[in-house]
Design a protein around this ligand. Structure first.
Ligand code: SF4
Length: 376
């Protein structure tokens, strides 16, 4: 049986950040307890249906580090009871600085967590305030110290750029400080003003301003160059890792492999079907109470849509789309089928062909959406 991956969503946060459009809510402690008990039931329901070994697990949110150590142990025990977890499985969780003490982190680790993704964003206190983050720089340093002390060697730091008021000098200070903290992986994203967020409203009122595209790209290229000098290999548009430390779970998404989405509003992809779970607690609990998976939407991804998804997901990877793998999967040659498009993108310097892979160039990464649309 082909291995599968699991994504588990923990939709609680201490306080909503102004830019955030993820499905997460400020919470009461008893709400987490109830939610965890339903999450465990949902895992059990999947275990009755799907008998594939698990190669990666990712706890995302929200703030998964609001779970107590015992809650994580209970969830992981249910996963172990319902699925075979492969011995080298990557088991990651997102953690927010300042939310975890040593005993809780140790409990996570003994439950099986072997990789942490820490939501740092910036190492400038004034910019953390602009972002409405609950932590300060000192708490980041303390959390990283704890991660090192308990012996979790594999950890990511999230880095955000293009922040209101951020300068290239601020960014270079943050990047240098992040590297000093010893991560194995850095995810770098530019701030987006998503509709429906307080940031979007502030942008409309002129209280916040977006950085210009040119500066955004300058910051991105700075990060690419600096991380490369420090030994980090860029393996995806937004992700950089020390050799051998690329996030296995993220690769599942980009290589279009199967994963189950578990928890409120989670998205999954299984046997060519994309689906998502109920997005309100009432609907989520009600379906599980009926011993049903809380899926409220699913669609078959096949034909051209499947191929288009496969192309754009694989092109996000620095190594690009493997031509032989594509041929084995779809039974025709990528280059023959898309000859006119590929030729024109090669000519424009947006794509390159290397060792049986077709990949975005550096300029192609800057204009990735423009490239992807060609394959629609
Ligand atoms: S901590 Fe993360 S999920 Fe929670 S509100 Fe902030 S950005 Fe959103």
């Amino acid at each position: 049986m082909n291995p599968i991956s699991l994504y588990l969503h923990i939709p609680f946060c201490v306080k909503k950040c102004g830019y955030c459009d993820f499905l997460s809510f400020e919470y009461q402690p008893h709400e987490i307890e109830k939610y965890v008990s339903y999450l465990i039931k949902e895992i059990k329901l999947y275990g009755n249906e799907i008998h594939r070994p698990v190669r990666s697990i990712f706890f995302g949110g929200g703030t998964p580090s609001l779970l107590s150590g015992q809650m994580m142990v209970d969830i992981m025990n249910q996963i172990k009871g319902s699925f075979e977890i492969l011995p080298d499985a990557e088991i990651s969780m997102e953690m927010n600085p300042g939310t975890v003490d040593r005993d809780t982190l140790k409990a996570y680790q003994s439950a099986g967590i072997n990789r942490i993704s820490l939501g740092v964003q910036t190492l400038e206190d004034n910019l953390l305030k602009v972002l409405d983050r609950i932590h300060d720089v000192q708490e980041v340093k303390e959390s990283v110290k704890l991660i090192h002390e308990v012996g979790i060697r594999n950890f990511n730091l999230d880095l955000m750029f293009g922040l209101p008021g951020q300068t290239l000098e601020n960014l270079s200070h943050t990047v240098a400080e992040m590297i000093r903290l010893g991560p194995t992986h850095i995810s770098a994203y530019s701030l987006k003003f998503e509709e429906g967020t307080p940031f979007f409203e502030s942008l409309k009122k002129g209280e916040l301003t977006e950085v210009e595209d040119e500066i955004d790209r300058e910051m991105y290229h700075y990060i690419e160059t600096k991380l490369f000098e420090e030994g980090f290999l860029q393996y995806e548009i937004s992700n950089f890792a020390l050799p051998g430390k690329a996030c296995q779970h993220n690769l599942v998404y980009w290589e279009k492999e199967d994963y189950l989405g578990i928890g409120l509003g989670s998205h999954g992809y299984h046997l060519n079907k994309r689906y998502h779970n109920a997005e309100t607690f009432e609907a989520y609990f009600a379906l599980i109470d009926k011993n049903m998976l809380p899926i409220v939407f699913q669609e078959e991804i096949d034909g051209d849509e499947d191929i288009f998804e496969y192309i754009i997901l694989n092109l996000r990877l620095n190594k690009g789309l493997g031509l032989e793998k594509f041929f084995i999967k779809y039974g025709f040659q990528f280059i023959d089928q898309y000859k006119a498009i590929v030729d024109s993108l090669l000519k424009e310097g947006l794509l390159k062909l290397e060792n049986d892979y077709v990949a975005l160039t550096s300029r192609g990464r800057d204009l990735s959406n423009q490239v992807f649309i060609n394959f629609l």
